[in-house]
Design a protein around this ligand. Structure first.
Ligand code: MRU
Length: 340
């Protein structure tokens, strides 16, 4: 499995060769690969690698190796539900093939990983197209973190996919790119992608959002999600919740774009979503440059939860869901049809 190392971007394009599931787990943990859908696809291939690399001769022993890899992967990052979703899908496919022998299990794990990648690719294209209908000509769009190809492994991504699709379709779009402290996914990755697609953009400090909205320079906010609870509460990159509060105050639509693999009906509300806390050094010494005095304690929650009442609509590959989200999301997952 070859992974573009996002830690090195935008300065360098470096690739990581992952020989086993544990290499992929480390890549996920260290943010070499990040963004909920890309984490899911990487985890799926990690499970396939676990099956291929296992020397077990009997299906039961092979499945035990695959499950062990799955348990380790699940601990890599707790918030993005796509990780657990992919692990469950691959282990289910492997288990279903057990009567065919160990080689059938290996083949089924690899096939399922490939299917997950192909499914997500189709989902991203559909989200981009549906999401672009929410973006009018000459719109100023504010986005946070990175939700593009890098974060999704396919298409133009989710929220960024909507923007790039609108641009590709000839709309004049301008993007306010939040730098996204502390890891700077906006400044490093979203700016890099938008530059490649030649979409007009301006990089801003996260703290500029209030000023931009108060002065009428934001027509809509669109961003991604790491987990959407059954009631429509949204866990996403730290800094998302204050944007939603500001958007409400200023009457700016606040859209969330995500594949159905990010919707988690087994989590009733955002209060039950585990929020990852990362190394304090990401805050006090970002990218190895120390800003705070040595010994300063820093808190580094990687995500926050935006209550459903602040979300205007959720864009998925199956449709655009409007409030009330509980019923809309349920219908979406059960029937494959959106609410709008
Ligand atoms: O910590 P990260 O960079 O993995 O966080 C990524 C985000 O919060 C994204 O907005 C989310 O995963 C959606 S990506 C389409």
């Amino acid at each position: 499995v070859r992974i573009l190392d996002q830690r090195a971007l935008p300065e360098a394009e470096e690739w990581l060769d992952c020989a086993g599931a544990d290499d992929v787990r480390r890549a996920i943990r260290s943010l070499a690969v990040r963004g909920a859908p890309a984490i899911g696809i990487a985890a799926a291939y990690a499970m396939a690698l676990a099956a291929l690399r296992s020397e077990a001769g009997k299906p039961s022993a092979l499945l035990a190796d695959v499950d062990r890899a799955g348990r380790r992967l699940l601990r890599a990052r707790p918030t993005a539900v796509n990780l657990g979703w992919a692990v469950t899908r691959v282990s289910g496919a492997a288990r279903a093939a057990a009567t065919g022998g160990a080689d059938a299990v290996r083949a089924a794990a690899m096939d399922e990983a490939r299917r997950i990648e192909a499914d997500e690719e189709r989902a991203m294209v559909a989200i981009g197209e549906l999401g672009s209908t929410l973006i009018e000509d000459r719109a100023n769009v504010l986005t946070h973190c990175n939700t593009g190809l890098l974060a999704c492994g396919a298409g133009f991504g989710t929220a960024l996919g909507a923007v790039v699709t609108a641009h590709r379709d000839g709309k004049e779009v301008h993007v306010w790119v939040d730098e996204t402290r502390p890891v700077l996914q906006g400044a490093r990755l979203t700016a890099w992608e938008l530059q490649r697609w030649r979409v007009p953009m301006t990089l801003v400090a996260d703290t500029a959002a209030g000023y931009l909205m108060a002065t009428g320079r934001v027509d809509l906010v669109i961003l991604g999600a790491d987990r959407i609870a059954a009631n429509g509460d949204v866990a996403n990159k730290i800094g998302t919740y204050p944007l939603a509060v500001l958007a409400k105050e200023h009457g700016v639509p606040f859209y969330v774009a995500a594949p159905v693999s990010t919707v988690d009906l087994s989590t009733p509300t955002g209060a039950e979503i585990a929020i990852e806390t990362r190394d304090p050094d990401e805050v006090s010494a970002p990218r190895g440059v120390r800003f705070a005095p040595e010994g300063t304690w820093a808190l580094n929650p990687a995500f926050d939860v935006t209550p459903a009442r602040l979300v205007t609509a959720i864009v998925t590959e199956r449709g655009i869901v409007e409030p009330p989200f509980r019923a809309g999301l349920k219908r979406l997952l059960r029937t494959g049809k959106g609410a709008a």
